[in-house]
Ligand binder design. Structure first.
Ligand code: IMP
Ligand code: MG
Length: 329
């Protein structure tokens, strides 16, 4: 007895690719018993539309909105107050949410001190959710874990007992942040403090032989929130893309910097994570602006049409299975 099937949804840019939408599609499909968060914290913000209503999840996996059992894994870090606030919010939409959500006993805690420590942080431009300080204390072996928090008692599980002692388990793993924010593979130090790639899933206790699909999610342009210079201030088209695409952070409300899609970086992310399906969001934005530009070998290349854009992507990303999306839902 073990996990029969695992699908992983990963962000392949800098976060905010629209992973929530892909997750939502899978959650509706009846193919999964569990949804699983394997990295990050309340720094994430996944916007999903449920019957036309916008719901934002932060640390609780989105799949529970569709009745899946949810697990917050040991690769995450968790603040008690933020967890219960989010649970209360989600319970308005899903009344039995607290019966569905579980926390792995060995998930580390973001303390109020960790959050205070970050209140004036601006060098990286973090979400100020205490994420870095919490992982720091975890690795310094002075952190607190979920099993030590009284109010978490009814929610605590052991991933081994939950996933390996039962039959017919299929897990939908919901990535947070993205490859370019990965602590090892991102643009250090302008990164988050967790492992955002496919390897992180296995470290959370999910058997690698159960992984049947790794689904990458990107936008047809790129956005980034944080302190590094990312957007060319002399290219007004980038502001137009940001405005039309409503590029504001779901967690902090900050304006996201915009750039064209970097095909070499996406190609690398696809190959290093064994991605077998690529979802490309927000095609409607570039279509409306009729702006088909990519970055290839560090140069901006202007393409003549949407058709050429798709051809160039297929060729340079080295993946055949690509799905394009043209609307927010
Ligand atoms: P932290 O994760 O709060 O430490 O922030 C580190 C960097 O990652 C900052 O540039 C954040 O803006 C960025 N970041 C963290 N979580 C997300 C996310 O869910 N979407 C987009 N950017 C994020
Ligand atoms: Mg987000």
């Amino acid at each position: 007895m073990s996990v029969k099937n695992t699908t992983i949804v990963l962000g392949l840019q800098h976060g905010d690719e629209g992973k929530g939408k892909i997750t939502l599609h899978h959650s509706r499909s009846d193919r999964f018993t569990h949804c699983f968060r394997f990295n990050g914290s309340s720094n994430a913000g996944h916007s999903v539309y449920l019957n036309g209503q916008k719901v934002i999840t932060h640390i609780i996996p989105t799949g529970i909105l569709f009745g899946l059992k949810g697990i917050i894994g040991p690769g995450c870090v968790l603040n008690e107050k933020m967890f219960f606030e989010e649970l209360e919010d989600i319970s308005k939409v899903i009344p039995n949410a607290s019966e569905l959500i579980r926390i792995s006993f060995n998930t580390h805690i973001v303390s109020d001190e960790h959050i205070k420590e970050e209140l004036t942080e601006s060098k990286i431009g973090t979400t100020r959710r205490g994420v870095g300080p919490s992982y720091r204390d975890k690795y310094a072996r002075i952190g607190k874990r979920a099993e030590q928090i009284k109010s978490f008692e009814p929610f605590i599980v052991d991933v081994f007992e939950e996933l390996y002692q039962k039959q017919d388990i299929s897990v939908l793993c919901e990535g947070a942040q993205a490859i370019n924010l990965d602590i090892d593979w991102g643009d250090y130090p302008f990164v988050s403090s967790s492992h955002c790639g496919v390897g992180s899933v296995v470290n959370n206790g999910i058997p690698y032989t159960s992984i049947k699909s790794v689904e990458g999610v990107i936008k047809c342009y790129e956005t980034y929130v944080g302190s590094k210079q990312f957007q060319d201030p002399n290219d007004p088209m980038l502001d137009k893309i940001g405005d039309l695409g409503q590029e504001f952070g779901a967690t902090t409300g900050r304006r996201r910097q915009v750039n064209y899609i970097d095909l070499n970086r996406v190609n690398k992310a696809i190959r290093m994570n064994s991605v077998n399906i690529l979802h490309i969001n927000k095609m409607d934005i570039l279509r409306e602006l009729n702006c088909w530009k990519v970055i290839l070998n560090n140069e901006i290349v202007k393409l003549k049409s949407e058709k050429t854009f798709k051809k160039v992507l297929k060729y340079n990303l080295g993946i055949k299975n690509i799905k394009y999306y043209y609307s927010p839902e």
